[in-house]
Write a protein of this length. Structure first.
Ligand code: NAP
Length: 236
């Protein structure tokens, strides 16, 4: 018998094709949840996930995605991009893509998902980062997008309280997680990534998925605001 409170619940996960989102989807399927994965390539999503094609840089595609949906009990915004792109000389085209996916798409998904929650409420979990708590020297434009995720989640939480909504909003804020995202973040500095991998046991996507599950499976009277987690080997 599946004892998870998520059994038979419907959860929408963005970024379901890779990394943290993919690991989370696998765990949700194991728990007997009805998992809707949103992303550009449903074929790359794990078995048992109902894949929905969407390019999150395109606002009209996000609206079309939600038009297909019925009840949603939880939304987890995992999709994100991390280009190494400094303020002093980074390419604004990279900034724009990061802003669209990490901030705009996440916010629009939050807004649209609210129309699909049942009267008993549900949960929204947004993946921020330790780079949303302090700016690393190489954080560039990525770190501010993750500060924005925390700000948006707190604004949403307060707005939901103000209207008496039972929907909860939370963040998770991981340090380095060994996923393909790091290949972008370390592009041109592959030696640094290799050294980081050799000297540090990074978080695995499953570790972050477990933190998200802690939020999703908490009793309804427990509202978790943010979970900060980093590898025990990561100093800052
Ligand atoms: N890895 C880390 O060290 C780390 C640390 C802290 C926070 N985070 C955050 O964790 C979240 C997940 O990242 P990850 O590490 O799991 O990276 P990942 O393995 O690269 O996964 C990123 C996901 O975002 C999706 N995505 C990107 N652009 C998209 C678009 N335009 N439309 C639809 N989907 C799009 C990707 O889909 P495609 O397969 O279609 O590209 C992929 O499924 C991100 O928000 C990231 O900022 C990561």
């Amino acid at each position: 018998m599946n004892s998870s409170p998520l059994a038979d619940r419907t959860l929408l996960v963005t970024g379901a094709s890779s990394g943290i989102g993919r690991a989370l989807c696998e765990k949700l399927v194991d728990r007997g949840a009805n998992v809707l994965g949103a992303g550009r390539d449903p074929a790359r999503m794990p078995e048992g996930v109902h894949g929905l094609r969407v390019d999150l840089t395109k606002r009209e595609e996000i609206h079309s995605l939600f038009q297909q949906l019925g009840r949603v009990d939880a939304l987890v915004n995992c999709a994100g991009i991390a280009y190494l792109s400094r303020i002093i000389d980074g390419n604004p085209t990279d900034w724009e893509e990061m802003w669209r996916v990490n901030v705009m798409a996440l916010s629009i998904c939050c807004q649209l998902a609210l129309r699909h929650f049942p009267a008993r409420g549900g949960r929204i979990v947004n993946v921020s980062s330790m780079s949303g708590h302090r700016v690393p020297p190489t954080g560039g434009f990525y770190a501010p997008t993750k500060f924005a995720v925390r700000g948006i989640t707190e604004a949403l939480r307060l707005e939901l309280k103000a209207i008496g909504s039972p929907v909860q909003a939370a963040c998770v804020s991981p340090g380095f997680v060994d996923t393909p995202l790091l290949d972008n973040y370390f592009r041109g500095r592959e030696d640094v990534l290799q050294e980081t991998r050799q000297t540090m046991t990074m978080l695995k996507p499953e570790d972050v998925a477990d933190a998200i599950l802690t939020i999703l499976e908490a009793p309804a009277h427990v509202e978790i605001g943010d979970i900060l987690l980093r590898s025990a080997d990561q100093r800052a």
